[in-house]
Design a protein around this ligand. Structure first.
Ligand SMILES: [Zn+2]
Length: 116
């Protein structure tokens, strides 16, 4: 980074907040992939801080990022062990079911896209 110049484009509001959210998310991914329980706890702390910062600065997180965080315990929900696909017979569509490894909270999302 050059001195005196910011990497934030001029048209972006809350650029510093976006940079902070990005740093916290990447740090949480790094800590969650470390394997030890202390690092996992630190990763959850980073994700909780990321959620608090986004609420305080009124920044909308990307839906993919938002879906990758457990709402109950702030754990990272990435990897194949957390996700399975189930066919919903009533709605005739497929559901993406995500289960948290820490608190066993499940959430489902329909994979059906309505016709436009
Ligand atoms: Zn959880």
């Amino acid at each position: 980074m050059t001195r005196g110049k910011s990497t934030i484009p001029s048209g972006v509001s809350n650029g510093e907040g976006l940079l902070r959210l990005n740093f916290l998310y990447q740090a949480a991914i790094f800590m969650s992939n470390n394997g030890s329980s202390d690092a996992s706890d630190l990763g959850r702390f980073y994700l909780r801080t990321m959620r608090d910062v986004s609420q305080k600065l009124v920044i909308r997180m990307d839906p993919k990022v938002k879906r990758s965080v457990c709402k109950m315990c702030d754990s990272l929900l990435t990897g194949k062990e957390h996700v399975r696909i189930k066919k919903d017979k009533r709605a005739r569509s497929k559901l993406l079911i995500t289960k948290c490894g820490q608190c066993s909270t499940t959430k489902s999302k329909s994979l059906h896209r309505p016709a436009q």
